[in-house]
Design a protein around this ligand. Sequence first.
Ligand code: SR1
Ligand code: MG
Length: 390
Amino acid sequence: MGYRILETDDIPGYLRERGHWTEGTDIRVREVSDGNMNRVFLASSGDGTRSLAVKQALPWVRVAGPSWPMNPDRADAEARAYDQVAKVAPDKIPAIHGYDPENYALVMEDMSDLEVLRTRLNVGEPYGPHTSARIGEFVAQLSFATSDFGMPSAERKALIATSVSPELCEITEDVVLSEPYIEHEHNHWHEGLDDLAAAFRADGRLRTEVADLRHTFMTSAQALLHGDLHTGSVMVGEREGTHVVRVFDPEFSFVGPVGYDLGLYWANVLVAQERARALGTLSDHGGQLRLSWDAFEAEFRRLWATRIDTFFDDAYLDRFLRRVWTESLGYAGTEIVRRIIGFAHLTDLTTLPDPVPASRRALLLGRELIVRRAELPDVDAVRAAVESLT
Ligand code: SR1
Ligand code: MG
């Protein structure tokens, strides 16, 4: 039949055709599309006992429309990433019930009983004790298993080849790792940030450091990444008395530098902290970078004992982790900057009564993280950099 763009009314028939829904005909569907790229539908039985989510990639960027075409085969990358994560961290992703490559559609667990982490933070809720630790573990488990430490060399070469995702990498190389530092029609910002946006475009040191991070993003095939691990890609909540954390939306997945995933999470953590500071609702924000890094490092070191290539010695592990730390800081900086003066902004800041003071602090912090990443040896140094902002 070929690729067809699904509408709300198509979903019941689609789920039945695909064998996902065999009992009952009372299927209620609502569209809950939220991210920049795709459409998402939730289908539930009239009596509320069954539900599923359907996510479909459109042949364009959803928020831009057909004027920004985008191959829907990005959904293949997402399905492949879920397959890899399911092998090593099945408790940290939604259950995937099936992938339909003809329609670029994933049928998966309905997580609407959980809450998007960004949404929760934006209304002043805390992270809770486990969220950032689970994220750190997620990055360690996925990255170790798909690195040369955890995967045989030939298998990894095949993974690198099958995970090539030129169009989505190009989005990141553009909207995250270059456009905010040049004149570009995608860029926009609050007029109260005119001076900083202009200063960043004129800042040669900043540009060279971003170029370094961009080149690392393009060439450092360390491990399979989520590729867009911001707080809108994380759901949290309670199920049967247990705190659950689910990472979703890995469509930007490819084999790249591990620090990109950690850095994106940290950027969003740091921006959420600036929102809370502006609103006077700071709670557990300040501890999240440490919680995620400590969990990442502990899990990676635990897995190191199982490495398949023991030529990589313990001293090399220390060096590798140091490099991941430093690059994570740099990518955190680029994520902060692009979310304020680039294409896609964050509700954390845009919904503030006055976004300017918090955005200025965040932009200055982003620059610090990029240009001084090698001089910030640990979490305390980052905390000091945050507290020294004016
Ligand atoms: C054109 S898409 C812009 C952003 O949306 C996605 O969520 C990624 O973060 C991407 O950079
Ligand atoms: Mg997304």
